[in-house]
Design a protein around this ligand. Sequence first.
Ligand SMILES: Cc1ncc(COP(=O)(O)O)c(C=O)c1O
Length: 443
Amino acid sequence: MIRNSEADEMRAKILSLIPEYFQRAFDKGTFIPGKTPIPASGKVFDSDDVAGLIEASLDFWLTAGRFAEAFEEKFAERVGTSHCCLVNSGSSANLLALAALTSRTLGGRALVPGDEVITPAVGFPTTVNPIYQLGLTPVYVDVEPRTYNVSLGSLKKAISPKTKAIFMAHTLGNPFDCGGAASFAREHGLWLVEDCCDALGSEFQNRGTGTFGDLAAFSFYPAHHITTGEGGAVVTDSHELAALIQSFRDWGRHCRCAPGQDNRCGMRFSQQFGELPKGYDHKYVYSEIGYNLKMTDMQAAVGLSQLKKLDAFIEKRRENFQYLSERLQDFQDTILLPAATPGSNPSWFGFPLAIKPECGIVREDLLRFLEQRKVGTRLLFGGNLTRQPAYIGRKHRIAEELRNTDFVMNHVFWVGIYPGLTREMLDYTVSCISEFLAEQRRL
Ligand SMILES: Cc1ncc(COP(=O)(O)O)c(C=O)c1O
């Protein structure tokens, strides 16, 4: 791209139109109960986010560039780790985190086919998929009621001489016992990988999620705390793991030049690798069996702009969660309310509710009732993943009875608390739940 004063002037003119465009194009209108949808999750964005996207488009760099570099730096700073590597989704972040741990450079600590990885049976598929994809064996554990997270007791039951790693998500933004899991992992020489896709900004004992594991993965899909459309990140404090993550992300190459950069190491044509001839271009030296999972600069520009609003988003999520908790107190004879893990301050992703089995209400009847009134609902993702068609018949180990996991599969669902929801919307959600329960009592 050639920068000159005329081009700069035109760029400024284009960007100056965006606030007005934003106002006209994205006017939300007034909320009409029963008519306006109340999504369980969604993106919240402003004209600065749109301007960031346009600015990156006008650069026409397309692949990871100046916005990606800035976003990586700011995201790591915000999470509290020394390294961040942007990727094209949260699922890619999970895959990359686990794949990096298969590097032969890690010696005896490298994950090899047949090694066991402890993981909860309830959750999102792409937390466990990398375990299968890399030829490892998932060891499924149960979760606790109300927090929907794995306890230290379950980890203790699951460990075997083959166990090499623990890979767990902070369920719906509610941190698992990070302190307990990290010391258990340390004690037994296991890797700990945090799936923080739903937990950006959550804290455990005043420390952010994503800083307890050797590696942590984040998602920036629109449902999440900040968005880049598709997108994600892997963070770590380890220089060694950061280099592996970058290599696995960028085709497995040894060279750490950014897109469009050459000879960052100053030794592009003077090194010797493997059985290659001396001086073989470092840009084409591959030390890992890698992927290409990079984020584009347009996505990164949106992320960079969204990040500025993260604190406000988290506050609103917490406020909405608190408000729904208070408003739903009176329904505890039929509904089981969620609980934050002791010592944690979640940045909630959603508000999980469970229909108490003894009251005889069928969850799907309530979900249908809410959806008909435009109140969005979601299940706790795949429920008991071991019962999903994709996983049946594949090699795994179940370490304990998955009683609460089945309870989640049968009785739990969640409603929205994301920052785009207003008090009126939350009130309407509660009034619909209340109406349904009153109707059921009359039957
Ligand atoms: C816990 C968890 N992990 C991973 C993912 C995957 O993220 P993505 O949709 O960005 O691939 C999700 C998606 O919502 C998730 O909830």
